[in-house]
Design a protein around this ligand. Structure first.
Ligand SMILES: C[S@@+](CC[C@H](N)C(=O)[O-])C[C@H]1O[C@@H](n2cnc3c(N)ncnc32)[C@H](O)[C@@H]1O
Length: 315
């Protein structure tokens, strides 16, 4: 049985990547960012990806894909300290509010069978979460919620995120996650000996001297090394946007392709050639852990895996 999915706020396609090898077929994907859609379409050419501002989406547009499963990754700024935590009052929550309003008015048969959502930890205490949970409960959905970090799955990168799984059918009992040993960070890297690493990734000596004390610099030779969460500001903000890497001859930033690998995008995943480094960092920092989403999909008994998932580890 094929499950038709609608990927809302699709970005560069973290959910699409997680569905590879399963019986989920992404029937439609929506985002308002042309750059994100350029990456999405290049990597998932068979998917119907639309550029649309979801603040104005209509019930017909959401239903046109005939999707049984809606995946949502709405903007997280309304629920972060940095984004001022304005929650439902934040203009960046308008698109999500619009979707909830439409769902409130939909008749039961028009609602999807399954729905899942990913967001930052602050979402757990938000008014928007309460509105979503109240709406889903009222419409007869069973609901599970969890926090999950890729480190729990053995991936050496922190990215704790809130996940909600909801179904009008049944859900599997919650998956108990037993912390897995971390894989070596080096498995995810293009190299640490300096060979083949673009100069633009290296941190200049004067920057390091001035700000280096505030950097989190990881040593790939450390078997327990893990990175902090890479945000969309990586490469733009010096501090609190992600880790740096000790390498031959100094310290460098992680390449966007290495971050995509840490997120467990597939080996074949590519950014468009002409895209700037800053844009790639921005998009990949906004994305999600494909490994975590695969775990989350286990809550849905209808979702089946046809083949073992390939990861994008080097070597
Ligand atoms: C947290 S990111 C989700 C990224 C995605 N899950 C991925 O794997 O790349 C939020 C996404 O929502 C999109 N977005 C924000 N506001 C939107 C709106 N009003 N309409 C449509 N898309 C919007 C952004 O362009 C961004 O790609």
């Amino acid at each position: 049985m094929t499950i038709r999915a609608l990927e809302l706020f699709c970005g560069i396609g973290g959910f699409a990547a997680a569905t590879a090898g399963t019986n989920i077929r992404v029937a439609g994907a929506v985002d308002q960012s042309p750059a994100a859609l350029e990456v999405y379409r290049q990597n998932f050419p068979g998917h119907d990806a639309w550029q649309l501002n979801l603040e104005n989406v209509t019930a017909e547009e959401l239903q046109v894909f005939g999707a049984d499963f809606w995946w949502l990754s709405p903007p997280c700024q309304p629920y972060t300290v940095r984004g001022a935590g304005r929650d439902a009052a934040d203009p960046r929550a308008l698109s999500f509010r619009r979707i909830l309003d439409i769902m409130t008015r939909m008749n039961g048969d028009s609602l999807p069978l399954h729905l899942a959502l990913e967001n930052v930890e602050g979402f757990t205490r938000s008014e928007m979460r309460k509105r979503l949970v109240d709406l889903l409960s009222l419409r007869g959905f069973r609901i599970q919620e969890c926090m999950l970090c890729p480190t729990e799955l053995g991936v050496p990168m922190r990215r704790p995120r809130y996940y909600l799984m909801a179904s009008r059918l049944r859900l599997s009992p919650p998956v108990v996650i037993v912390d897995m040993p971390l894989r070596p960070l080096g498995d995810y890297l293009d190299g640490c000996d300096g060979n083949g690493i673009p100069d633009e990734l290296h941190v200049a000596g004067d920057v390091l001297a001035r700000f280096g004390k505030g950097f989190r610099i990881v040593d790939p030779k450390d078997p327990l090394a893990y990175t902090t969460c890479f945000t969309s500001g990586y490469g733009r903000s010096l501090m609190h946007a992600g880790s740096y890497l000790r390498c031959a001859g100094g310290v460098r930033r992680f390449a966007p392709e290495e971050i995509a690998r840490l997120l467990h995008f597939p080996e074949e995943f590519r950014f468009p050639d002409r895209m700037t480094l800053r844009k790639k960092w921005h998009l990949v920092g906004n994305s999600l852990s494909v490994a975590a989403v695969r775990k989350v999909l286990e809550a849905f008994p209808d979702v089946q895996s046809h083949k073992p998932q390939t990861t994008s580890l080097k070597g």
